[in-house]
Design a protein around this ligand. Structure first.
Ligand code: GAL
Length: 403
């Protein structure tokens, strides 16, 4: 499927919404996800193997590791919890999740929140029952269980509805997709429970243009992340230019974190985490929490970096300039502060291609005092200073009083 022309389709989607729906969704989104949601999701590590026991262990460990106190509160069950619907249409869990209400109570007893997963088609991506024709019933069931977050994944809605009802008409297919996301958005709102609504449709048809008006608190901007640098960097590149769409209650989602997964080096884990914080992304860890190495815990709980992500202004970073393979991103922070990330995306040390910091290009005048958020040390930045970084490493800075 090709990406449709965003502007026309977004205009159509907005035109079809009553003004009251727009006003309500923006009012409620000020409460839900005022800063990017933080937590953990089962998919990146467990995929379809996840069980009730794993979710409880993740909740235990998120507390024991200090992650909860650093801000990670959502424990999100991804695909494969679903069983069959009964004669009344009520969806039951499968044998891996014997009692969802009891699980929610357990997670809540730890001061955490519980997330769940479904989609607008008949089936989820894993082939389990999804919500088509049962949106309100499912939303009410989530609320009754005490669910706090829903990831809603397009998947079989493409063949089930879009291709069936509007073959060869891409614009009509996109309108069907908008309507499906609006339907669940309204169903969630009608429960009056604050449930974060996370759209997962891989960035098709520029969801940043229309998802907030449908009640979306976040929307995936790309296809799936994978635990290796090339994929992470490819996703990062696709975020430049999307900054104007993010803000309190509505966030671009470059996908869940891979920190601690796969073949990422320590430096790459640090750079990935730093850049997701610069992007005001939801910070959903996806690693094996009970077996987390101390250096991974240290990355995920770096308070200074988390504070960038969670800054109340909610301004996502822009890429200000690139010099060869070195990229400089900045974001304004509350109180007039500024975050600066200098990333060596190349495979060589910068020493072989000397990089010199251009403060004027960042709107700064002369020497600045900055805090290095990974070492904690204070440094003086001067115009045109050379900066040396190993391949894939990052210098993440906070300038509290930029001049
Ligand atoms: C994908 C989604 C992943 C995961 C998976 C589950 O579509 O992007 O994050 O949820 O489905 O089947």
């Amino acid at each position: 499927m090709r990406f449709a022309t965003a502007l026309t389709l977004a205009a159509l989607a907005l035109a079809s919404l009553p003004i009251t729906a727009l006003a309500q969704s923006s009012a409620s989104s000020q409460v839900v996800a005022a800063t990017p949601p933080m937590g953990w999701n089962s998919w990146n590590y467990f995929a379809e193997r996840v069980t009730d026991k794993d979710i409880r262990a993740a909740a235990d460990q998120i507390v024991a590791s200090g992650m909860r106190d650093a801000g990670y509160v959502y424990i999100n069950i991804d695909d494969t919890w679903e069983g069959e619907r009964d004669a009344t249409g009520l969806l039951h869990t499968n044998s891996k999740f014997p009692d969802m209400k009891a699980l929610a109570d357990y997670v809540h007893s730890k001061g955490l929140k519980l997330g769940i997963y479904s989609g607008p088609g008949t089936k989820t991506c894993g082939g389990y029952a999804a919500s088509l024709g049962h949106e309100l019933q499912d939303a009410q069931m989530y609320a009754a269980w005490g669910i706090d977050y829903l990831k809603y994944d397009l998947c079989s809605f493409i063949p089930d509805v879009m291709q069936k009802q509007a073959p060869h008409d891409e614009a009509a297919q996109m309108r069907l997709m908008h309507a499906a996301y609006e339907k669940m958005g309204k169903a969630l709102q009608s429960t009056h429970r604050p449930i974060v609504y996370s759209l997962c449709q891989y960035g098709w048809d520029s969801p940043w243009e229309w998802a907030p008006a449908l009640g979306g608190n976040s929307w995936r901007t790309t296809g799936d992340i994978e635990p290796h640098w090339d994929r992470i960097y490819t996703i990062l590149e696709q975020q430049a230019g999307l900054e104007k769409y993010a803000g309190p209650g509505h966030w671009n989602d470059p996908d869940m974190l891979e920190v601690g997964n796969g073949k990422l080096s320590l430096v790459e884990n640090r750079s990935h985490f730093s850049m997701w914080a610069m992007l005001a992304s939801p910070l959903l860890a996806g690693n094996d929490l009970p077996n987390m190495k101390p250096e991974i815990t240290a990355i995920l709980t770096n308070r200074d970096v988390i504070a960038i992500d969670q800054d109340h202004l909610g301004k996502q970073a822009s890429r200000v300039y690139a010099d060869g393979e070195v990229e400089v991103w900045t974001r304004p922070l509350s109180g007039g502060a500024m975050a600066v990330a200098i990333l060596n995306a190349g495979s060589d040390r910068i020493a072989t291609h000397p990089f010199h910091l251009n403060l004027a290009a960042l709107g700064l005048h002369g020497s600045q005092q900055a805090k290095n958020l990974w070492t904690g040390s204070t440094m003086q930045l001067t115009e045109n200073m050379p900066i040396e970084l190993p391949s894939h490493d990052i210098l993440l800075l906070r300038i509290t009083a930029p001049k």
